[in-house]
Design a protein around this ligand. Structure first.
Ligand code: NAD
Length: 438
């Protein structure tokens, strides 16, 4: 199969490299020249474990190519995936579909022969209909089908998720497109990944419903964490106790600073907006969005309380900036709101993140970035663990207690048991556990 991937970001690059690894002939397109020239010279513009090797192997084997020339890449393709960004539209929170529609128009102008156009970007219900209208308007003569195929990979585990997905969802009722998509995903059939075919609108909604459900689950356990702090219970045990029930499951029940990242915040908001437009409000998700927004500033208040009620003039060391470990993605990371709130209260912020610092520098001001946890902790009044990178799981607290001016740990990911850090003279504050700040 000749596959063209429009957009070579977190989704397009991973999907393109994985399809190439399955033996398909893939061309990844991006309109950012610097990204394409970096990729051609072997530099991966994002951090995703294992991606550099996967890209380099398939590039050398000639199955994976990179270009800014969309039109020649599309002309040769059997299938064109659109994997461009769909950020929140400034001002109203709807998904901004301008990149998708612009890509669709460009694809229409260049395609030759029967072409399957697949939206891999996360797009609201009805977007496929509009893409179809745009393509038909641009090229009334063309033979094509528009398919929805949402992506469910998680940054940080993207290759594994793509190659061994829980399911593949394909929205099309066109027979020719169905057989093309079967061929695209045939290598995964062999891994017995369930491929679920449905109509396009249903497929589009599955992606939003899935993300909204997960965001709601996180928000649920975060509210339980607050309640645990009030009543003297332990949220980790509550999570374990309910997670053992197979109807509930144990995933996405880790209390923390609230969800962030490039998907949940914008997708929950877009679903709320779509539902309002259709006069069928999704109140659970509206509440989820509001609770999660408040939570980030509440985490800053937790730090302030841990510092005896004030962070003015105090040095606060922040461990981890990305919204989760194993990515350099800073989009909508809770750290941004937490740091801003601490700065608003007069804190002097020093931060370290293994991969996210470069992106964070463009989003934060007046933050001093360090090269490891110990450098930023020198003279610090409190250490705040925001993202649970592996390298923060075995900190040398003996050393930290000597370096810091007060031994306070605010562990927003519940990485440490209280007794392990209190042995070294630290005052411990977790989330929803005994000893936590209410
Ligand atoms: P991204 O911003 O990392 O990548 C998008 C890329 O598309 C950019 O490199 C941009 O330059 C390029 N682009 C935009 N318009 C273009 C055009 N006309 N021609 C060529 N290139 C163009 O975004 P992402 O994180 O990969 O997300 C892409 C989509 O996938 C979004 O809808 C997102 O919601 C969805 N998604 C993301 C994830 C994730 O974990 N990041 C997971 C599942 C789904």
């Amino acid at each position: 199969m000749r596959i063209t991937m429009i957009g070579s970001g977190y989704v397009g690059l991973v999907s393109g490299a994985c399809f190439a690894d399955f033996g398909h002939n893939v061309t990844c397109v991006d309109n950012v020249e610097a990204k394409i020239s970096a990729l051609k010279s072997g530099v991966i513009p994002i951090f995703e474990p294992g991606l550099d090797e996967l890209v380099s192997t398939n590039y050398k084997a000639g199955r994976l190519n990179f270009t800014t020339d969309l039109s020649s890449a599309v002309a040769d393709a059997d299938v064109v995936f659109i994997a461009v960004g769909t950020p929140s539209r400034r001002g109203d929170g709807h998904a901004d579909l301008s990149y998708v529609y612009a890509a669709a128009r460009e694809v229409a102008r260049s395609m030759k022969g029967f072409t399957v156009i697949v939206t891999k970007s996360t797009v609201p219900v009805g977007t496929g209909d509009e893409v179809e209208r745009i393509v038909a308007e641009e090229r009334p003569d063309a033979e094509f089908a528009v398919v929805s195929n949402p992506e469910f990979l998680r940054e940080g585990a993207a290759i594994e998720d793509f190659k061994r997905p829980d399911r593949i969802v394909v929205g099309t009722e066109d027979a020719r497109a169905t057989s093309v998509m079967e061929e695209v995903y045939r290598p995964l059939y062999l891994n017995s990944a369930p491929v679920f075919f449905c109509d396009r609108r249903t497929s589009e909604l599955i992606k939003y419903a899935g993300n909204a459900f997960l965001a709601m689950k996180i928000t649920f356990i975060n509210e339980m964490a607050d309640l645990c702090e009030r009543v003297g219970a332990d949220v980790q045990k509550v999570a374990k106790g309910i997670g053992l029930d197979k109807r509930i499951g144990d995933k996405f029940l880790h209390a923390g600073p609230g969800y962030g990242g490039s998907c949940f915040p914008k997708d929950t908001m877009a679903l709320v907006k779509t539902a309002q437009d259709y006069e069928s409000p999704v109140r659970l998700i509206e509440a989820t969005v509001a609770i999660n927004d408040n939570r980030k500033r509440a985490m800053a208040r937790k730090v302030i309380i841990a510092c005896d009620g004030s962070v003015r003039g105090k040095k606060i060391a922040i461990l981890g900036l990305t919204f989760k470990p194993n990515t350099d993605d800073m989009r909508d990371s809770p750290s941004l709101a937490i740091i801003q709130a601490l700065q608003d209260n007069g804190a002097d912020i020093h931060a370290y993140d293994p991969e996210g610092a470069e992106a964070a520098k463009g989003l934060l001001s007046n933050v001093t970035f360090g090269k490891d946890p110990y450098e930023i902790s020198e003279g610090a009044d409190a250490l705040v663990l925001v993202t649970e990178w592996d390298e923060f799981r075995a900190l040398d607290f003996r050393n930290l207690s000597k370096l810091m001016s007060s031994s306070i740990l605010v562990d927003l990911r519940n990485v440490y048991p209280e007794d392990e850090v209190s042995r070294h003279g630290f005052v411990y504050h977790g989330v929803g556990r005994s000893g936590a700040v209410a």
